[in-house]
Design a protein around this ligand. Sequence first.
Ligand SMILES: [Zn+2]
Ligand SMILES: [Zn+2]
Length: 386
Amino acid sequence: MSNSSFTSQQLDLSDLTLPKEKTYGRIVLTLAVIVWIVLAFTLVGAFYALLFGIIGWLGHGLLAAHLRAESVKVSERQLPQLYDTFVRVCAKLGVSPMPSLYVVQAGGALNAFATKFGGRNFVVVNSDLLEAFGPSSPEIEFILGHELGHLKSNHISKRILFAPGILMPLIGPAYLRACEASCDRHGAFATSNPQGATSALLALSGGKAHGRILDAGSFADQHNEERGFFVSWHELSSPYPTLSQRVAKILALNNPHFDTRPARHPLAYPLALLTPGGRATSGGANAMIFIVVIGLLAAMAIPAFQKVRTAAQEKTCINNERMIAAAVQQYTLENNKAPAAISDFSGPGKPLAAFPACPSKGHYEIEPQADGTVKVTCSVHGGHSY
Ligand SMILES: [Zn+2]
Ligand SMILES: [Zn+2]
């Protein structure tokens, strides 16, 4: 692998976002807008969306407060080497104003993320990444570049607006994977050394101790070799491209051997269709969106159920009216006069063994007519002549 930078030949600052991110983004946005409109027009949906929006906002505010108060804010005086790297990467990617950068100890997890609260942008790097690679390393440049890519592409704000679309199977995860792939290109553009990009990704897979000595090519080839049903299903339902694919995409910038699009197992698609998308914003927000969708379904299902129930009650009541009218007519025929009271035709051994009750608790008024028909009126369901 050459040590030359690929920024000048293969990557251009104006062309880091992949076309498929834009295409999938438009589909996801369309689906999301439909869901938001339905939510806005159903009272229950709007209520849940508002309630969980407020809960999500409060939770996010607490997370931001934790960062601001408990994590180390990087500055000229605090971790100055890392600060220099961050200034350099922000300038290279044209991110201005500079977000706040924080370092947080997270129990050994190799992770970094970008977030936003109250109009302020944050980039957070776990301390283990810093310890593994060093503050001025190409790996840190790649990681900072990737996270700045999320902020530059407005991924954080979009995840809220796009959330219902992101929850859809197939297209939701496909959109998230495209976002990550675009951000890897931002990271690759940000680093001065192509190997930094791959060894940062290799460390995520193989651990920080060996990230730099693992063979990137062999790892990238795993992407072409592992094409079975389960790997395909995993790929289709995952919000991230697989690490072997991400390494392959970086290597492909310099080496066409890695520029492959291996096919997926066809049976994986129907199964992925049954696997909801995820990671709309964070774990908590995902649960929130899930509940919103359930609320929306309930909002649509409950009136439909009530409608069916009302129709069934009316049908029963009209049946009752018909039975009452028939019993009155039978009594009239047998006795040559209309009944004077309900007890005349209703009771054991009489035309109507038991007087029926309206399922909606209506009261019946019975009016035998001169022409022999009987008008039965329910106080709830109205009158009919029989
Ligand atoms: Zn990312
Ligand atoms: Zn009735």
